[in-house]
Write a protein that binds this ligand. Structure first.
Ligand code: GTP
Ligand code: MG
Length: 301
């Protein structure tokens, strides 16, 4: 007899850049969350749904926990805290290629307070030697009550079978929470805006990745021509930032636009006309209304 199906929520939490979004995408075998080499990429609680004959795992990919300096960042950290408190199982991801610091101690403290079972995922083992993991494992096994400590590489897939095994064992028995056909609950518009933001993150540096947001203004499906027209704005905070995103004779915005359009065409499986406009919006990261608008798009189309 096959075991009773299981279903529940799993929060992926950790410091910025630990590899949470990479891990969720890898486990889902689909790109739901955008990924970048800059910290603070994920800004909301993202839902990724994995359904199989064993049941359903609903992943919460969360913003990396950091010391928030803007209203937006406070919200980010709040989203992570909420996911942590609500999930059936908490997975703490740690980047083992970096030395543990104060931020890690703070993160451990948050995780320790979660009620449900906790699992520690030591990520990026492709970057370090195996023996160097041993003192880390020893440290964390004393620091919190982890049901399991699994060394993984979200990039290569190393250790992920074990992760799934552990999660299935820890999740409660029960029916699926969502339609098993669903991969995520986020509307296409939000996922498209994120993909555009991913290209901004990829192609810009310094403070720009932190101070940009993407807003979709208009979305027109032209079924006759098999084309979707997307009009989007890239918000920046200052005139100098706008100049960088636009680039010399528009070269940067053109590169962002081309990369984003190709990605959107593959994602939407149709031709895309993408119109990008850079808008200076001083202090948007503090602006309640703008933040609320950005937030709303995450869950409703
Ligand atoms: N070498 C290596 N790189 C990894 C691995 N997992 C993630 N990365 C890289 O680490 C960087 C951060 O990955 P993300 O998945 O965006 O990290 P995150 O934890 O979601 O980050 P935030 O959303 O900013 O909190 C990216 O450049 C990834 O390609 C891994 O196992 N090995
Ligand atoms: Mg992320």
């Amino acid at each position: 007899m096959s075991p009773a199906p299981r279903a529940g929520t799993v929060a992926l939490v950790g410091r910025p850049n630990a590899g949470k979004s990479t891990l969720m995408n890898r486990l889902l075998q689909e790109k739901v969350a955008i990924v970048s080499d800059k910290p603070q990429t994920t800004r909301h609680r993202l839902v990724g749904i994995l359904s199989s004959e064993r049941g359903q795992v609903v992943f919460y990919d969360t913003p990396g926990v950091h010391r928030p300096l803007h209203r937006m960042n406070k919200q980010m950290v709040h989203h992570a805290g909420e996911a942590l408190a609500e999930a059936d199982v908490v997975c703490l991801l740690v980047d083992v290629s970096k030395a543990a610091g104060k931020g890690d101690a703070f993160m451990l403290d948050l995780v320790r307070r979660a009620a449900g079972p906790k699992v520690l995922l030591l990520n990026k083992i492709d970057l370090v030697s195996k023996p160097s993991l041993l003192p880390r494992i020893d440290h964390y096994s004393k620091a919190a009550d982890f049901r399991e400590i699994v060394p993984i590489s979200a990039r290569t897939g190393d250790g992920l079978e074990r992760v799934m095994e552990v999660l299935w064992e820890l999740l409660p028995e029960g029916p699926p929470l969502y339609d098993p056909e669903l991969l995520t609950i986020h509307p296409e518009r939000f996922l498209a805006a994120e993909r555009i933001r991913e290209k901004v993150l990829e192609l810009t540096h310094e403070e720009l990745p932190y101070s940009t947001a993407v807003v979709i203004d208009r979305w027109e499906d032209d079924d006759e021509r098999g084309l979707t027209r997307i009009y989007a704005q890239i918000l920046v905070e200052r005139a100098g930032q706008k100049a960088i995103v636009v680039g010399r004779q528009g070269s940067m915005i053109k590169s962002i636009g081309t990369a984003a359009r190709l990605d959107l065409e593959a994602f939407l499986e149709r031709r895309v006309y993408l119109d990008l406009h850079v808008r200076e919006q001083p202090g948007w990261r503090e602006d309640r209304r703008i933040l609320a608008d950005l937030d709303r798009n995450v869950y409703t189309g």
